[in-house]
Design a protein around this ligand. Structure first.
Ligand SMILES: Cc1ncc(COP(=O)(O)O)c(C=O)c1O
Length: 521
């Protein structure tokens, strides 16, 4: 509660501590009015959240919640290093905002030049954050630095501190010295042949994927593969089943192709095929993560896999199988890929080296049915054309010399230990708040919050304590049944896991700040 009503000098904003409207809501409304009425002009810099919180006598969480809402709605921009500024709402010659406008208008004017799906992509809250220790963009990897290690609990990062940087550098240098001359021209858009052979051999042995090297198309990470598949298989307006909650990267690729997303619910056996069929029987594609559902972690049962394939065969739809982290299973044997069960050529299999090596490598792959190889190869011409040849050749050498298998085995043991450390620390310090199961697979845990929790607010509170967790609800298309937090552990050394959990405990200590939705948003 504020100790006093205070003012932002430039706008005369005051908050009323005894009004029924929550403080963050009051602040959001005052700032929005100030923007729409031109008191805060486009480009104007807002005070830092900490400064404004002190000025107004409110908690920083209150200010963060108001800023976030305004940012989501397109009124504010914020960039690392540049602070928070008022967005360019109207492109008047003076560059200043010109008077009141309703939200939709403000939005459409801000992105007037974009297509409808362009607006949806631009408005996505999923921004790629720079790597922690390098300060670069896009998760850069600084040789010898252990870049990105230890950041609790960022999702999706492998143990960059354990990557054999010197070995990789040696292989890269050797390739550059001996064969760069032959790799300077345009290459095969489907990928470097020895790498396609190595991937096909690995997938057959490790994942039960049935394929010949010709069927492997090397792409710029899984993301470029998802994008290529969505563009080739869907027309604008085509319905597509999307796991709900599900992977935002796939959602972006489907939206980019103009698909109409159909939220397909999950249960403990994975995507509910019968329900999805009832919701939209004419879907042209289903996106699934059957080995380890992202983000909730269930494994799709054999019965559901068969039902999904039967539906696809019956209707002529495609299944886009994203097998992004199946290498990491610590208990029991992994179920082979869905693709290995497909006898009708309905599955497009997607894989990535982002989780098993490092994400800035930007190498992933598709395995496509024989009849589609030419189409996918031809269409690469109109994307990135191909992944840089030197990196592809280095990766083929890395796999061929047995380093890939060795690295995977080391990482499996390391992640199992880090996952167990996180489960222990949560049990000890957050037992009454976060309900987690043992880390049986993958690189993150799902911690369920008690009923009535606002997981986005809990994640915001964690951020104010220097801890990065993601709200489960942020991955949902429809309102989720229960709130939760996602905690990545693969990149966090065990001793920093304890420290991170203690800080998360401090952040969530005051339950009234994140357990009553009406007081939160
Ligand atoms: C579900 C899922 N698929 C794929 C990927 C890998 O993406 P990329 O290869 O584009 O880095 C990720 C990474 O976060 C993921 O979570």
């Amino acid at each position: 509660m504020p100790k006093r009503a205070a003012t932002i000098p430039a706008t005369g904003i005051t908050l009323d501590p005894i009004a029924p409207e929550p403080l963050h809501r009051q602040l959001y409304q005052r700032l929005r009015s100030a923007i729409l009425e031109g008191q805060l002009a486009s480009g104007a810099r807002l005070p830092a959240t900490r400064t404004l919180a002190v000025e107004l006598g409110v908690s920083r969480t209150t200010v963060l919640a108001a800023y976030e809402q305004l940012r989501d709605e397109g009124y504010l921009d914020s960039q690392i290093g540049a602070g928070t500024t008022v967005a360019q709402l109207v492109h008047s010659p003076s560059g200043r905002s010109s008077g009141p406008q309703p939200l939709a208008q403000a939005r459409s004017q801000r992105w007037a030049a974009l297509s409808r799906r362009g607006v949806e992509l631009a408005a996505s809250p999923w921004r790629l954050r720079p790597s922690v220790t390098t300060g670069g963009t896009g998760g850069g990897l600084a040789p010898e630095s252990g870049a990105g290690a230890g950041f609790a609990f960022r999702l999706g990062l492998p143990a960059l501190d354990a990557f054999p940087v010197k070995l990789w550098t040696r292989l890269l240098a050797s390739r550059a010295r001996h064969s760069l001359g032959t790799l300077l021209g345009y290459q095969d858009p489907a990928g470097y042949w020895p790498l396609r052979e190595a991937i096909a051999a690995y997938l057959g042995l490790a994942r039960g994927v049935h394929c010949r090297p010709e069927q492997v198309i090397v792409t710029g990470g899984a993301q470029a593969g998802l994008d290529l598949a969505a563009r080739l298989l869907l027309d604008p307006g085509d319905p597509a089943w999307m796991e709900d909650p599900g992977y935002y990267g796939a959602r972006g690729a489907l939206v980019g192709a103009g698909a109409r997303l159909v939220a397909a619910p999950l249960d403990d056996q994975g995507l509910q095929v019968t329900t999805a069929e009832r919701l939209e029987p004419a879907a042209r594609l289903a996106y699934v993560t059957p080995s380890h559902q992202f983000p909730v972690g269930v494994t799709m049962s054999l019965a559901r896999r068969m039902a999904l394939l039967a539906w696809a065969q019956r209707t002529g739809a495609f299944v886009l199988e994203d097998d992004y982290d199946s290498e990491y299973r610590y208990v029991g044997r992994p179920l082979p890929a869905l693709q290995g069960l497909d006898r009708a050529g309905r599955v497009i299999y997607v894989g990535s080296f982002s989780k098993v090596l490092f994400p800035s490598l930007r190498i992933g792959y598709l395995v496509v049915p024989h009849g589609l190889v030419d189409a996918f190869t031809a269409a690469q011409r109109f994307g990135a054309i191909h992944v840089p040849a030197l990196e592809q050749a280095t990766l083929a050498d890395f796999i061929g010399a047995g380093h890939f298998g060795r690295h995977l085995r080391r990482m499996r043991a390391l992640y199992a230990a880090r996952g167990a450390a996180l489960v222990r620390a949560i049990g000890r310090d957050l037992g009454g708040t976060l309900q987690v199961h043992s880390a049986r697979a993958g690189m993150h845990l799902v911690g369920r919050l008690p009923s009535g929790a606002d997981d986005r607010l809990a994640a915001e509170l964690a951020a104010t304590h220097g801890i990065e967790v993601q709200a489960l609800s942020a991955h949902a298309l429809e309102p989720p049944a229960r709130a939760g937090l996602l905690l990545g552990y693969a990149a966090v050394p065990s001793h920093q896991i304890d420290h991170g959990v203690r800080r998360l405990k401090d952040a969530l200590r005051s339950t009234s700040r994140w357990r009553q939705p009406s007081a939160a948003r």
